[in-house]
Ligand binder design. Sequence first.
Ligand code: CTP
Ligand code: MG
Length: 229
Amino acid sequence: QQLALIIPAAGKGERLGAEIPKPYIKIAGKSILEYTLLKFKEVSGLGEVIVSTSDQYIDETRELISRVFPGLNCTVVEGGQERQDSIRNALEQISDKTGLIAVHDAVRPFVSKEDIENCIEEASRSGGAVLAIPARDTIKIARPNLEIESTPNRQKLWQAQTPQIFWAALLREAYQYAAEHDFLGSDDSSLVEKIGGKVVLVEGSGKNFKITHPNDLDMARYFIGEGVQ
Ligand code: CTP
Ligand code: MG
């Protein structure tokens, strides 16, 4: 079954507060986006790669993905206001022969090939699969004034990561529904859940963190410096 990979890389990186967008920050000579793309290089069944990015990075990104994936069908599209818009733009470019679509953040360079493949396997079986880890801290629900409202049972809480992988027709239908109903989700799975699609969690690793805050970038630099893959 042919797999298409969508990489959203069009964010502004406001929480990190760096000079340039996160995926283009270099560590030891390579951009974060390049480290992330390399994790998918040996994944079997990968047929096409689509990266959403901002206007001024389109040429550089096109050069990068064709260098990392020679022989694959590689496309760069312009991103949108929200992550969901960036992914919608990418979805429009995917060929009809694709059976599965994986979405993976440009800024999760430490995902393992094994976890990607476990997620693909579960998605082929179930329709949707999301890499996740059990919540490590106790999670609180708070009011705007920071007074705690409640404490959900940690046993049931998971932190969703990417890749999030779906049958192509299911993900397309979910994006169609979200557009028609102005539904904005905080990940791709929430759109599929909204239309009643089945999505299954696949336990991954804490190493697959998202570079979000300055301390995450410090950690990424440290990992790469220490040779952590
Ligand atoms: N992303 C995107 N288009 C957007 C917003 C985000 O393609 N309009 C991408 C980011 O580039 C990133 C991934 O989605 O690779 C995860 O988003 P996040 O970590 O929130 O990145 P940013 O939106 O860039 O950061 P922030 O929310 O702090 O501004
Ligand atoms: Mg964001």
